[in-house]
Ligand binder design. Structure first.
Ligand code: ADP
Ligand code: MG
Length: 595
């Protein structure tokens, strides 16, 4: 990754970069800035919101204009007054070491004569919304006939808002031989039309995939009481034993805190945020890439540098302050053709933000339930069974086998299985057996998912098919509905795991379900369905207080990260590490936490 200096920026800007605490250029900056500094060219640069586009055009513009002149040389058009002010402030900030620089904001709803006065003082750069700009041109209040660089920022948004005509009009007052720099998150037809009409052989730069809201990402949210946020996070991790994720927090402090707690509770976790040195961050990233870390807890800014392709889950531990940032977060998963899940843990007061985000990503969220303790135990048990099945035998142990066999010779296979699983599982089970239900009761479930509310007469089932059989929650739901001849919402809360899944129906359908699956074969394989422990437990201590033993059982023997350290006993969590992870003990997250 290049440094800002290597991009060809001059000392005044580098100074500002340091002042602002930017450490490395974002991808769009890295790709755009050298080109714009190097030559006079038109450019189309596509990058999602929050990727640092302002500096991508702002730095080169500042460096290229002549601050000793009072002529307006740069024009930036942006869709809204807020953005206009934001860009203006950013540019002033970026250019604060240039003496004599004037950046003026032009937007509707404020005094036009005051803005006119500002320009007359000699604004080298004008940042404007199209409507007000056109107005001022019409009144002869601004001269853009000497503009050398014209930026169309958030071009897709401007066109969405119906500014096509205004933009055409404004550009007709600018010189033919200026450079036009177009920035956009997406490239709808209207934007390519603008590019064709107003630009001259533009260089095209695309950051990430062309279509923003990645097709491969599904979005889920979990409603919990704010104080249960951390416990919910742990359950989500435990319900996904192969998780390889980025967990987003709002502040550096929370990032550090959550990572520390996870490590303490035996997860392979680490924090990445701006208070770490470059060296520390490199180390964390290296461990993440090599899967020694399964959960990377990050701030939004620090996550900019994460270029890892097969992240399975993005977890929004807290939603970002600016909901636009959500796209950027969720875009960390579902890359390189793989599918991914973006999970949001929300409290009731934040829930309305979900629908705001839905508008931005133009996709619906699915409201899901934080899995109950027994469901997690089931998931972990099957995960363990599958891991055993997939494990390559280590022949180094061959010499010891005769003696081991002798010790165990009196047991049948069934007995051995029971014992092996008990060894691995008791701690996990003890931790979860008294845990409470974490799902906050929603005031109303308006607009959610199937509209099904949880009631005592629902039944949860376990079924031995999953994503390995090419099912996702939607296709499994469809499959079951068709098979059972049930209606749209009669099969709900479908959760697909690798080799098994869960689903719910109303209790009145239980006989039907169990009947059909008593003898059902799919592609030559017997498909079995069982009532999930979780479903049967309902009404029994589900809401129990947990007697404050939340950590106790997990700790000690269950420090998965360093499983090897306490006497070589494999811990449950340790077992569930990704197959390709390095042997435990060395360099795992357990040690990293004291930085
Ligand atoms: P976009 O226009 O692509 O939506 P912005 O230019 O508004 O994104 O940048 C989003 C945020 O990221 C801003 O707060 C900005 O100050 C910050 N930022 C930009 N570039 C960097 C960088 N290289 N390192 C750290 N933060 C950055
Ligand atoms: Mg922007």
């Amino acid at each position: 990754m290049a440094s800002f200096k290597e991009l060809g920026l001059d000392e005044k800007i580098l100074q500002a970069v340091t002042d602002m605490g930017f450490e490395t250029p974002s991808e769009v900056q890295e790709k755009t800035i050298p080109i714009l500094l190097d030559r006079e060219t038109d450019i189309v640069s596509l990058a999602q919101t929050g990727t640092g586009k302002t500096a991508a055009f702002g730095f080169p513009m500042l460096q290229k204009i002549n601050v000793d002149s009072r002529t307006t040389q740069g024009l930036i058009l942006s869709p809204t007054r807020e953005l206009c002010l934001q860009i203006t402030n950013e540019l002033i900030n970026y250019g604060k070491h240039y003496k004599g620089l004037n950046v003026t904001a032009i937007y509707g709803g404020a005094s036009i004569s005051e803005q006119s006065r500002q320009i007359k003082k000699g604004a080298q750069i004008v940042v404007a919304t199209p409507g007000r700009m056109k107005d001022m041109i019409g009144r002869g209040m601004v001269d853009i006939s000497k503009v050398e660089y014209c930026v169309l920022d958030e071009a897709d948004e401007m066109l969405n808002m119906g500014f096509y005509e205004d933009i055409t009009e404004i550009l007709s007052h600018t010189p033919k031989d200026k450079s036009t720099w177009l920035f956009s998150a997406t490239m709808p037809k209207e934007v390519s039309k603008i590019a064709k009409k107003f630009m001259n052989a533009p260089v095209e730069i695309t950051i990430g995939s062309k279509n923003v809201g990645s097709e491969n990402v599904s979005h889920e949210y979990y409603l919990v009481n704010a104080r249960d946020r951390y416990l919910a996070l742990k359950r989500l991790a435990d319900a996904n034993p192969d998780i390889f994720s980025v967990v987003f927090c709002r502040t550096k402090r929370d990032t550090q805190k959550v990572a520390e707690k996870l490590i303490e509770d035996g997860y392979n976790a680490a924090a990445i945020h701006g208070d770490l040195s470059q060296n520390q961050r490199d180390l964390v990233m290296k461990s993440f890439r090599t899967r020694q870390i399964q959960m990377l807890v990050a701030t939004d800014v620090a996550a900019r540098g994460i270029d890892v392709d097969d992240i399975t889950h993005v977890i929004n531990y807290q939603l970002p302050d600016e909901i636009e940032t959500y796209t950027h977060r969720s875009g960390r998963t579902g890359r390189a053709g793989k599918s991914g899940v973006s999970m949001v843990i929300v409290s009731k007061s934040e829930r309305r933000k979900i629908s705001q985000i839905e508008k931005i990503i133009q996709k619906k969220f699915e409201q899901k339930e934080i899995p109950g303790g027994m469901e997690i135990c089931e998931i972990q048990l099957f995960h363990l069974a599958n891991s055993i099945k997939d494990t390559k035998v280590n022949h180094e142990i061959d010499p010891y086998l005769p003696n081991i066999n002798e010790v165990l010779e009196d047991f049948t296979k069934e007995e051995l299985i029971k014992k092996v699983f008990s060894v691995e599982f008791t701690r996990f089970f003890n931790y979860y057996k008294n845990e409470k239900d974490l799902n906050a009761v929603a005031a109303s479930s308006a607009g959610q998912d199937s509209g099904k509310s949880y009631s005592d007469d629902k039944v949860r089932y376990f079924i031995n098919i999953g994503s390995r059989d090419d099912f996702n929650w939607q296709s499994l739901k469809d499959f079951l509905r068709d098979l059972l001849g049930l209606g749209q919402d009669d099969v709900f809360h479908v959760d697909v795991h690798d080799s098994f899944s869960f689903f719910n129906t109303d209790a009145k359908h239980t006989e039907l379900v169990m009947g059909i699956f008593s003898d059902f074969v799919l592609d030559g394989r017997k498909i079995s369905v069982e009532l999930s422990k979780e479903g049967r437990r309902k009404g029994g201590g589900g809401k129990g207080r947990g007697r404050g033993n939340k950590k106790g059982h997990r700790k000690g023997g269950n420090r998965g990260g360093g499983g090897g350290r306490d006497g070589g006993k494999p811990s449950f969590k340790g077992k569930s590490r990704r197959k390709d992870s390095k042997p435990k003990g060395k360099g795992t997250s357990g040690r990293r936490r004291r930085r």
